[in-house]
Design a protein around this ligand. Structure first.
Ligand code: C2E
Ligand code: CA
Ligand code: CA
Length: 759
């Protein structure tokens, strides 16, 4: 059971916790992911704008080169000296190329004439090896562009002459091209500009220009300028291709698109910076969320576990009887249904046994409910111990139990188990220092013989139980078809009993009691009899308990009293004993009613004896004692019935001065040759006498019992041996014969035997 509670707890917990953990984790992960993604994005846009900044700065630098160079290329003297028939190399060296180096740091220059021929090479270190055909090829497109732009700036006028109209408003820029080339793997910025006169006027012809290409290495100061212009730090030139995070790379290309180097710099990554700044907070938040999730998870787990535990406890409580721990009625029904399904499949026999504790009510009434509870617990334990492993024991109600016994292939096995049950229950039960002897009645029905439906089997087992109880306590019955007609439900019986009372279907039988000598009948016990219209006889052991349960006993009891008192007149001198049930004493005006009955029947109280059992003392009994005392004071005799069958018999003898003590018939029937039973019987007789009571022995069935009781001077004797209960007429006749007979002793007096037989 606890496993299943654990499982269901886990199921509930998982149903709540797993989705919660999934939702929380995915949202945390996606929030973090989103933040990182947007940080990346902002880093990327930052790098892009840094690229634009570098490109801009580079362009500005190139424009500046053009400006610096323009000082020598837009110059009439230079124009003429360069484009003269024989270029003046010395002058060009001093005033153009070297001047550009000295004043503006152009470390290298070349001059290309109108025919696209290289006419002059300058390097600050006086070498010319650097000027390779490859380099020339790299510069060629820029030079060509300059030449073309210059030529196409000459527009033919209507007079046939050419007029110079620069393409751009900035004259300097319209004649220049800039770019980057690699020299020995090192990038150089260059500016290529047409050498033109200061004042361009109208001319007759148009010629391609000479072009001066001036170069400055892209390093040191220049690089620093670009870095400052673009507001980016730590520019380095890199040729290697390896990329690294946090390092920006700006690709430098020659006019022909060749790779001439890379500007590398430390990129500013605002997203990453932001992330770095908020990362600790994010970590803290994540930690806190995780902590909350864990706490909530643990809490939920604990709550659901507690919930599941209390649920399974509730389920257990709903299915089990709290006192005995056995399954209860509804659970029993469910288990029985399952077992019957199973057994009808595999064709085995299943027995259902109903069990009723005998006289449990007396235990409760006389010893209190806690003793009753202990008896129930003890019985439950013993039943569980005795029945086979596969069987089931359940507590159906107060003192009712039920069992299922599987695989009862024959009744012998079932009988054997029921024997075991009876033996086990027969052992004394210790309540404190007191030994109690319990017994039980059982009724069994067997599937499939008596049916396969659980309700039908239970009903039949109940009928069998009724049958067992009707035959006296500590018995058992197996269901038989004819029982169904005899045994009736309590409901039906109480309805019919009510009708029977009204319709005068009840009657009284009278059982004579003789004196010690067994020669005279001194009293008779009135016993209720019920014969239904159809002739069925219902035993008092069946209908008296029903009458007590339904409260009908009050009317029934008064009817019996009235009838017995009325008939008493027919048997002068005979005392009439009437059984009065404890419930009748609960009626507040019971004594008055008895008095009224005596008065109306004109019967002296001394002729009436009432028999009570010790259960009248149960509970708060002051009023009962008072009523008994009042009856006794009136002169009515009071007898303690079934003495010895209960549990506290001796103490009751002290509490009320009974006139008569009726020894329970079990003692008498146990007597036969059993020295212990005889000793008990003798001591009860002596005790009663010592207390000044009249002793009556019940249930005498043999001559030996009579002889024994006579030997011990028992005052009165009652039993089948003297006479069975008789109807009015039979009693009248019996009394006439018996009481008028001369002296005779049992055993020799055949006429008495004959009479007994006749009755
Ligand atoms: P009880 O008061 O102990 O009555 C004696 C019972 O023992 C009677 O059973 C009687 O027939 C039976 N009996 C007498 N002699 C012998 C014998 O030699 N051997 C055996 N085996 N039995 C013997 P009955 O008439 O069936 O009554 C059963 C019980 O029903 C009574 O037990 C009494 O407790 C109750 N009862 C009967 N009539 C009334 C009544 O009018 N009012 C109340 N409250 N209870 C009644
Ligand atoms: Ca009695
Ligand atoms: Ca009795």
């Amino acid at each position: 059971m606890y496993n299943s509670s654990k499982n269901s707890g886990r199921r509930i917990a998982n149903a709540i916790i797993i989705p919660m953990v999934v939702v929380v984790t995915t949202s945390v992960i996606s929030i973090f992911g989103l933040m990182h993604w947007s940080a990346r994005l902002s880093d990327e846009t930052a790098v892009q704008s840094q690229h634009k900044l570098i490109a801009g700065a580079l362009q500005l630098t190139k424009n500046y080169l053009v400006k610096l160079q323009s000082g020598v290329v837009i110059w009439d003297e230079a124009y003429h000296r360069i484009n003269g028939s024989e270029p003046d190399q010395g002058w060009i060296y001093d005033n153009v190329m070297h001047w550009l180096f000295q004043n503006h740091g152009f470390t290298k220059s070349i001059l290309i004439d109108r025919d696209f021929e290289l006419v002059s090479i300058y390097a600050q270190n006086h070498t010319s090896k650097w000027m390779t055909p490859d380099l020339f090829d790299a510069l060629r497109p820029s030079v060509a562009k300059v030449r073309a732009r210059y030529i196409t700036s000459f527009k033919r006028t209507p007079s046939g002459l050419f007029s110079y109209i620069p393409k751009s408003s900035d004259a300097r820029r319209s004649i220049a091209e800039t770019g980057i080339v690699a020299l020995d793997g090192e990038p150089f910025l260059f500016s290529a500009a047409a050498v033109i006169p200061q004042i361009q006027s109208i001319s007759r012809d148009r010629f391609p220009p000479s072009v001066l290409v001036s170069m400055v290495p892209l390093r040191g100061e220049k690089l620093k300028d670009i870095s400052e212009m673009s507001r980016l730090d730590g520019f380095v030139l890199a040729s290697m291709q390896n990329e690294r995070p946090g390092v920006g790379r700006f690709q430098l290309r020659s006019p022909l698109g060749a790779d001439v180097g890379i500007i590398a710099w430390q990129t500013t990554a605002p997203g990453t910076q932001m992330m770095q700044r908020i990362n600790p907070f994010l970590a803290l938040a994540a930690f806190m969320i995780a902590a909350v999730v864990i706490v909530v998870t643990l809490f939920t787990r604990q709550m659901t576990r507690r919930l599941a535990r209390s649920e399974s406890k509730a389920v257990h409580a709903a299915h089990h009887d709290a006192l005995s721990g056995l399954p209860n009625r509804s659970r029993f029904h469910a288990l029985l249904t399952d077992i019957l399904d199973e057994s009808s499949e595999n064709g085995s026999n299943t027995a259902v046994v109903y069990i009723d504790l005998d006289h449990f009510k007396d235990i409760n009434d006389t010893l209190g409910h806690s003793a009753g509870d202990k008896v129930i617990v003890a019985v439950a334990q013993r039943l569980r111990r005795v029945i086979p492993e596969t069987g089931i024991v359940a507590r159906i109600s107060g003192d009712e139990f039920a069992m299922v016994i599987k695989d009862c292939e024959d009744d012998v096995w079932l009988e054997y188990i029921l024997d075991q049950v009876q033996d086990e229950i027969g052992r004394p039960i210790m309540i404190g220092r007191r030994e109690l002897f319990a017994s039980l009645s059982m009724g069994a029905a067997v599937a499939p013989r008596d049916g396969n439906d659980p309700d039908e089997l239970l009903r039949k087992a109940d009928i069998a139980l009724y049958d067992a109880k009707a035959n006296g306590r500590n018995r058992r019955s197996f269901f038989e078809a004819n029982m169904e007609h005899h045994v009736q439900s309590k409901d039906k019986m109480s309805r019919e009993l009510r009708m029977a009372l009204k319709n005068d279907e009840l009657d009284l039988a009278y059982q004579p009691q003789s004196d010690t000598s067994a020669k005279r009948i001194v009293s008779v016990e009135a016993l209720a009899r019920w014969t239904k219209e159809d002739g069925t006889v219902i035993a008092p052991s069946q209908f008296i308990p029903v009458a007590e349960e339904t409260g009908l006993i009050n009317d029934l009891g008064l009817w019996v009293l009235n009838k017995a008192c009325a008939k008493a007149h027919e048997w002068p001198g005979i005392v009439v004993s009437v059984n009065v049930s404890p419930n009748q004493f609960k009626h507040p005006r019971f004594v008055e009613k008895v008095m009224a009955i005596l008065a109306s029947n004109n019967l002296p109280p001394q002729r009436l004896e009432i028999e009570v059992t010790e259960s009248v003392f149960a509970g708060r009994n002051d009023s009962v004692l008072q009523a008994l005392r009042r009856l006794k004071n009136l002169g009515v005799k009071v007898a303690l019935d079934d003495f010895g069958s209960g549990y506290s018999s001796l103490s009751y003898l002290r509490r009320f001065p009974f006139d008569t003590l009726k020894i329970d018939r079990d003692f008498v029937s146990d007597m036969n040759g059993n020295p212990e039973a005889e000793a008990i019987l003798v001591s009860i007789i002596q005790l009663g006498k010592a207390l000044g009571m009249t002793i009556v022995a019940e249930g005498i069935e043999t001559i030996e019992q009579i002889r024994f009781l006579q030997a011990h001077d028992c005052h009165r004797m009652q039993g089948y041996f003297i006479s069975r209960p008789l109807n009015e007429a039979a009693l009248t006749q019996f009394l006439e014969e018996f009481n008028s007979d001369g002296p005779g002793t049992f055993g020799t007096d055949l006429t008495l035997q004959a009479r007994v037989a006749k009755a």
